[in-house]
Design a protein around this ligand. Structure first.
Ligand code: HAM
Length: 411
């Protein structure tokens, strides 16, 4: 798990500020929940990786609880408990720290932050249109252009149609989907082996891989013909026309979580990093599963780890706009009370101020002002102070001017 020193925090704050800015631009409201939930809520039995990666433990009352590995179960729980009073559609966002006991590789940590945005209460693809255009807006604001990132869109309903055409029994669909999600990460032989472990006979397993292969090479219509689920995705792509450079329809996207029922999508870097930057989809049955009334949702999780790697590789990381207005440098300890007075005057005017408590020599104190990203340094010298004056140095232009203390702060 990670520590964030101030240098890393500046980058993280910048990323979070873009996520928040885009959320508000699209009219989403913030929400939050505890990082622990009951193990029962988080654990599903579809054989998903995420269920095996939970940090779970007994609390002092012997209850089974776990650190959240994602936000969606907590969101569903919150919606269910106020389902009668919430006004629909719900458009909520959060930036949540999530914990997964993963094998650590590039892009995978045991703890990460995830920006989540979800719309609940809209059954048609207008919700997908909003969610995916918001995702692309965030990519753009982070500086990732159409040559850097790609949103791959598919539908679980299409995957189900493909499995049906490969004559696979419906009760096996959830388990098969989770294996199919690994398709691009393992060899064809390993994939067949994983399908056999479901268990599925070898011929069925090969039929599945063969049918997906055909969709990939000859197009999905060569397998499914005229198909309403394909048509639905086509209208979604049409709706997203303005973002077409960032988007492609791809039958290989399945997603590894079992609750998705319709549209699924993943964002990938077009260069290097193979792990998804973000992923999400439509979940129509999740709320009912945890005791709510039927309510369909669509949303995504956008992690901080992969996108930071991608931005680093592209040289596009920015820092938060954190700036110190004044770094106050007292001549010696006898000038501390004056330094506090000056800092107080600045803070009173909503200007940030910090004091050199170490009373360094001027050169060293000015270097510290640079490190702190200060706009101005305030130098308190005994001679000038006798005349009620202080020196202000503009750290960018290096210009210095002596001003009356009574007139401070002058920006
Ligand atoms: P997910 O695909 O499991 O989806 O995670 C979403 C994103 O979180 C991934 O694309 C990745 O960027 C990041 N992520 C996940 N695990 C790790 C890890 N161990 N280390 C670093 N980054 C990671 C979900 O969690 C869904 N609940 C998203 C969702 C919201 N679907 C609907 N609404």
């Amino acid at each position: 798990m990670r520590d964030f020193y101030p240098e890393e925090m500046r980058k993280r704050e910048w990323l979070f500020s873009v996520w928040k800015e885009v959320s508000y631009l699209y009219g989403f409201e913030p929400y939050d929940a505890p990082i622990v939930e009951s193990l029962d809520l988080l654990k599903r039995k579809a054989g998903e990786e995420i269920s095996q990666q939970l940090y779970s433990f007994l609390d002092k009352s012997g209850r089974e609880i776990a650190l959240r590995a994602e936000m969606t179960p907590s969101l569903a729980r919150m919606i269910v408990s106020r389902q009668n009073s919430l006004s629909m559609p719900v458009k909520w966002f959060t930036i949540a720290q999530c914990f997964r006991y993963e094998r650590m590789t590039k892009g995978r940590k045991r703890e990460h932050y995830q920006w989540n945005a979800d719309i609940l209460g809209v059954d048609d693809i207008s919700a997908e249109t909003e969610i995916i255009s918001m995702l692309v807006c965030a990519l753009k604001k982070l500086g990732l252009g159409k040559d850097d990132a790609l949103v791959k869109i598919n539908s679980r309903k299409i995957v189900e149609d493909i499995l049906r055409s490969a004559e696979i029994s419906e009760d096996l669909f959830p388990k098969v989907m989770i294996v199919i999600d690994k398709k691009d990460k393992v060899s064809p032989d390993d994939l067949v082996e994983m399908l056999e472990a479901i268990p599925l006979d070898k011929r069925s397993a090969e039929r599945i891989t063969g049918t997906f292969e055909k969709c990939q090479t000859e197009g999905v219509r060569s397998v499914l013909g005229e198909n309403e689920n394909v048509r639905e995705i086509e209208s979604l792509l049409e709706n997203l026309g303005g973002f077409m450079d960032y988007i492609s329809f791809d039958t290989s996207v399945v997603r590894g979580l079992s609750y998705y029922t319709g549209t699924v999508f993943e964002v990938y870097s077009k260069k290097g990093s193979s792990r998804a930057i973000a992923g999400g989809g439509r979940y129509a049955g999740l709320l009912e599963k945890i005791g709510g009334k039927p309510l369909s949702g669509v949303g995504f999780g956008f992690g901080d780890v992969v996108v930071m790697d991608v931005l680093e590789e592209a040289g596009k990381i920015q820092q938060s706009g954190y700036l110190l207005d004044y770094y106050i440098i007292p001549y010696d300890k006898t000038h501390f009370s004056k330094a506090f007075e000056i800092a107080g005057a600045a803070r009173e005017k909503k200007l940030s101020a910090d004091i050199d408590f170490k009373c360094r020599k001027v050169g060293a104190a000015l270097s510290e002002a640079v490190r702190k990203n200060a706009r101005f340094s305030v130098l308190i010298f005994p001679d000038e102070l006798k005349d009620g004056k202080i020196k202000i140095k503009n750290m960018k232009t290096q210009e210095e001017k002596t001003v009356l203390l009574s007139e401070f702060p002058v920006m």
